[in-house]
Ligand binder design. Structure first.
Ligand code: MG
Ligand code: ZN
Length: 222
């Protein structure tokens, strides 16, 4: 009988294979794919709502919203103007995997798509180990969390390309320190691109939307 570690390794290598072929397929269709990860409550769905609203007219966007139990987030994203929103209810599982995402992309007309946004399950641990075929992982953290999150979950910050700091409108109402969180994140990953914003007030959203649009254009012209 295989031991637990051997089984985990096998699952991950099968996931990597699936993710690799998914990435090839998305790249062949010049689709930018982002995998959005965070703790529960950091504002992934809120950020996606704002992002869709800003980029919907220029890009064809599909969303995959992973949730452990409900389709509430997917419904919110549909209301925000997401034309193609696919819920994945993981039924208790704490991460999305490449098989789940592939089962959705198989239903999509990839020629009619520019951007695929994947909202992962709120969890900073195992989603870092599961490649979903994305171009980049975007890790979201909010000012209501500890500014030591990057040090507590180094794997996630190491494997992410972008860190978005949300809820800057609440700065000063807790011990969260902007300089400290950035320093902590840089000590784990010196390449991280960083954005500070508030989905509630809209502050800082423009640079994020602009950056995302540029990434999509870059991928489209490849
Ligand atoms: Mg959500
Ligand atoms: Zn998990």
């Amino acid at each position: 009988m295989m031991d637990k570690i051997a089984i985990e390794k096998k699952v991950l290598s099968e996931n990597d294979k699936l993710a690799g072929s998914l990435r090839e397929r998305l790249t062949a269709h010049r689709i930018l794919c982002l995998n959005l990860v965070s703790s529960p409550g950091s504002g992934k769905t809120s950020l996606l709502e704002k992002t869709i609203a800003a980029l919907n007219s220029e890009f064809r966007i599909a969303l995959i919203a992973g949730d452990v139990q409900t389709e509430n987030d997917a419904r919110r994203l549909k209301r925000a103007g997401g034309k193609v929103v696919f819920p994945i209810v993981t039924g208790g599982r704490c991460h999305l995997d490449a098989r789940m995402v592939t089962s959705i992309t198989d239903q999509l007309s990839l020629d009619d798509l520019d951007i695929l946004l994947v909202e992962n399950v709120g969890n900073l641990v195992c989603p870092s180990s599961y490649d979903l075929g994305e171009d980049m992982k975007v890790v979201l953290i909010s000012t209501t969390e500890g500014d030591d999150k990057p040090l507590k979950y180094p794997g996630m910050f190491l494997r992410s390309s972008v860190m978005v700091i949300n809820k800057i409108d609440l700065l000063g109402s807790s011990d969260f320190d902007m300089a400290t969180v950035k320093q902590n994140a840089r000590s784990i990953n010196g390449q991280l691109i960083m954005f500070e914003l508030s989905c509630r007030t809209g502050a800082g959203l423009a640079p994020w939307n602009q950056w995302l649009g540029e990434q999509a254009k870059r991928k489209r012209s490849r």
